[in-house]
Design a protein around this ligand. Structure first.
Ligand code: RNT
Ligand code: ZN
Length: 420
């Protein structure tokens, strides 16, 4: 008997188990294959980019580790991404930062244009990827004192406003070219290491700056604006200008997308519960699926309860059309293609688990006040043969089943990464 028929048999048995609970596994897989995850380009090169490869990462975030094989050119980064996408069932997006532009001479951040990103657009078009975008408000001399859009110096604020405006135009360019809107997400590192006396002025400046950034309406078919909050960062431990309350208020009043990064809240605070609450007041959400570990907000995503809760909330609430799922982590201590693949496959696995829930039954139990059965069923679901459904999905989508994806990564490391 071939492994393939084993996998098919296992699926048939799993399908029966789920069907007994009223769950249609084929339908769940069809839904899963329609979800595009936005893969963050920056895991491939430790957030360095191509603007000034000699300059290190700065701005309250840090990639640690020196695992060999980091992508140093756009061609290398695209090759690593291609390899990663080959290991993921489904068709996925790319999340690009402004510092990943391609140019043979220095271009100031406030002068970037779509023409610096045509190779990315061509590559995305040829491979069926949508693209999302981000202004890069860090790793730059004008961000070195820790402030950008909320800087006390109006000239420095103006520079970053122009950079963000240029970035929205590039997002719209990708959206037009690729026929799917880019989510352009503004995250700034602005904040104080130690206790500030004036918490108000930087927030007023940020508020005014953002209004200038978003002044020009762009067609939502091409570009969607998002803003990302944070609780604290490296060097901004005591005060972050763009806090949750700040951006929640901003997004609600301006009807922007809110970006919830799983690593940007108090260590015991999770973002799953924020989805249904925020979506009552804003049109759509962007998620940066990440994993906080102590002071770090950017570990590779593992199949945690928190990840499962996020995906459950998206599915249970019927929010798949209103929540953009992006990944955000950067680990330079392990194979970077593996980091992407493990994180993305985990996001998809958690999503599948959520799609395999007997939603109608669970709701009925809850609505009729039968919390005992609700608890029993939720616990029982954890032991159902979800893995057989996932394996079958990988099989039918022509990507490696199970741990076999590591064989391909090992070969890629031997033939490509170790030659760099
Ligand atoms: C930083 C934010 C932000 C960045 C990327 C590189 O804390 O999470 O999203 O990770 O812009
Ligand atoms: Zn983030």
């Amino acid at each position: 008997m071939t492994t393939e028929s084993h996998l098919q048999q296992a699926y048939t048995l799993a399908k029966e188990r789920y069907a007994a609970l009223g769950v249609d596994t084929d339908r769940a897989l069809a839904q899963l294959s329609r979800v595009a995850i936005s893969l963050h380009c920056w895991q491939g090169d430790d957030v360095i980019g191509f603007e000034d490869p000699g300059r290190g990462l700065s701005g309250g975030i840090m990639a640690t580790g020196n695992y060999p094989g980091r992508a140093k050119t756009p061609a290398e980064l695209r090759a690593d991404l291609d390899q990663t996408y080959r290991l993921l069932p489904g068709q996925h997006r790319l999340n690009l930062h402004a510092i990943y532009l391609e140019t043979d001479h220095k271009v100031e951040r406030n002068a970037i244009e779509p023409k610096h990103f045509t190779s990315w657009a061509d590559w995305a078009k040829a491979n069926g990827h949508g693209i999302d975008f981000n202004p890069t408000c860090f790793s730059h001399p004008l961000a070195d004192d820790g402030f950008t859009l909320s800087h006390r110096d109006p000239a420095i604020r103006q520079f970053w406003i122009e950079h963000c405006i240029a970035s929205r135009e590039i997002g719209a360019y990708f959206g037009r070219e690729l026929g799917t809107p880019a989510v352009t997400n503004v995250w700034i590192p602005d904040g104080f290491k130690d206790t500030p006396v004036d918490r108000t002025s930087p927030r007023q400046w940020l508020h005014a700056s953002l209004d200038k950034v978003f002044e020009k309406p762009l067609d939502p078919a091409h570009n969607l604006d998002a803003v990302e909050c944070k609780l604290f960062g490296l060097g901004s431990e005591s005060y972050v200008v763009g806090s949750h309350e700040f951006y929640m208020g901003y997004a609600v009043s301006r009807q922007k997308l809110l970006c919830l990064d799983a690593g940007h809240f108090h260590p015991t605070e999770t973002i799953a519960d924020k989805i249904s609450a925020t979506l009552l007041f804003i049109p759509e959400l962007l998620l940066h699926v990440s994993r906080g570990v102590r002071w770090d907000s950017d570990h590779v995503v593992t199949l945690t309860d928190e990840l499962q809760a996020i995906m459950q909330e998206i599915v249970r609430g019927g929010y798949l059309d209103r929540v953009h799922i992006g990944l955000d982590f950067f680990d330079a201590s392990i194979n970077r293609v593996a980091a992407w693949t493990i994180g993305a496959r985990n996001a998809l696995r958690a999503l599948l688990m959520a799609l395999l829930e007997p939603h109608a039954t669970l709701r009925e139990l809850e609505n009729s006040g039968n919390y005992t059965r609700r608890l029993a069923l939720l616990e029982e679901l954890k032991g159902l043969p979800f893995g057989a459904v996932w394996d079958y999905h990988c099989l039918t989508q022509n990507v490696p089943v199970g741990y076999a994806f590591m064989d391909e990564i090992a070969a890629y490391e031997k033939n490509v990464l170790s030659q760099r």
